[in-house]
Design a protein around this ligand. Structure first.
Ligand SMILES: [Fe+2]
Ligand SMILES: [Fe+2]
Length: 359
């Protein structure tokens, strides 16, 4: 099934409209109109959290999720790099769900994950029958063609980063948005919390699946990355252990990749790879590569120099490093970034190239 016609009937207040336009943000239901076009000359750019916050607050005031038509039931502010997305391969958006709201269940061919910005135990992404809590900095995968809905049973609005390979799919490959709504607003919860961790986490089922290849009985699309929650507490502990015992990468600092739980190896998705990066040993060395990088600032402040431009960031900002642009990071003190890259696409065809820049 292909995505229905976009919604253009939703009214935003003038204040919200101004906030969005001034800060290169647009609501998701509008940019879906523009998907299918390539961004020429991708520029380095940054979106400051205070601007994003004001815009998502405005959208939240103006538009209850229940008012959004089927097919567009996600309340998201999308950073746009001139037209409709942050890059030609990776999409990011900032989604909010208010207390008592549900972003209804749907599924699609695009790979997706959530990285929680401001969450809590009672904010849940339900995927493949399990409720995953969305606590701060948790990363939750939603496999391709697997039902997922977002439910806020708490008393505070939650916000998170959605990351999808949608522009690759829609713009670069000029495909259509293969998408379906669930017949129910909320998919049935059929598994206890921790079920998917029991299949793909630190312990694994002792016996292989019937086909002998997959450790858990994931009944969905077997080629897809399984449903999984990477809790930040464990991820950060591992990152700091690594920093205590290993030299940093000259370009990325102490860098820990999120692995595909089915294989134990990076990349997390065939199209996108993700890493937690601890920058605590001064500026990194400049390099360039033909992969696009998108960054989210988990904590700290600093500057990333891209092609002669200084992107000054602090907590929860989002910025993009275009392909082939020389860049290096300069934290003010200690900083932690979520690094996102389309490098796996290029590597899969042996097109990937990178080089250090001698100073
Ligand atoms: Fe989705
Ligand atoms: Fe880089």
């Amino acid at each position: 099934m292909v995505q229905e016609e976009p919604a253009d009937l939703l009214e935003l207040s003038d204040d919200t409209r101004t906030l969005l336009e001034q800060n290169d943000l647009r609501p998701l239901w509008e940019v879906e109109n523009d998907m299918g076009t390539l961004i020429d000359d991708l520029e380095p750019d940054i979106w400051k959290w205070e601007d994003i916050q004001a815009a998502i607050d405005g959208i939240e005031r103006d538009v209850p999720i229940a008012d959004l038509p089927p097919g567009f039931q996600r309340r998201v502010a999308v950073p746009i790099n001139t037209t409709h997305a942050i890059s030609n391969t990776i999409y990011v958006g900032v989604q909010t769900v208010s207390p008592g709201e549900t972003a209804p269940s749907h599924r699609h061919a695009a790979s997706a994950l959530r990285f929680t910005i401001d969450g809590h135990e009672d904010m849940k992404t339900v995927v493949a029958g399990e409720e995953f809590p969305m606590k701060d900095n948790d990363l939750v995968t939603t496999p391709q063609w697997e039902w997922h809905d977002h439910i806020n049973d708490g008393d505070e609005t939650a916000a998170w980063l959605d990351v999808l390979d949608l522009p690759l799919f829609l713009d670069t490959l000029n495909n259509s948005h293969v998408f379906e709504n669930h017949e129910l607003e909320r998919q049935p919860v059929t598994k206890t919390q921790g079920y998917w961790d029991s299949q793909y986490g630190r312990g694994r089922p002792a016996n292989e699946g019937a086909d002998g290849s997959i450790p858990g009985p994931f009944e969905g699309n077997k080629a897809a990355t399984p449903p999984y929650r990477f809790g930040w507490d464990e991820m950060e502990e591992t990152l700091r252990q690594r920093a205590d015992n290993n030299e940093p990468d000259p370009h990325d600092g102490h860098s820990l990749a999120y692995v595909n739980p089915a294989t134990g190896e990076s990349p997390l998705f065939p199209t996108m790879s993700f890493r937690a990066q601890l920058l605590n040993e001064g500026a990194t060395n400049p390099h360039f590569h033909n992969a696009t990088e998108v960054y989210f600032v988990i904590e700290g402040e600093g500057t990333t120099h891209v092609d002669g431009e200084a992107l000054e960031w602090d907590k929860w900002d989002i910025f993009v490093v275009p392909p082939d642009a020389p860049h290096h990071h300069e934290p003010n003190d200690e900083a932690v970034l979520l690094g996102m890259t389309d490098e796996p696409i290029l590597r899969s065809m042996n097109f990937y190239a990178e080089a250090a820049i001698e100073e």
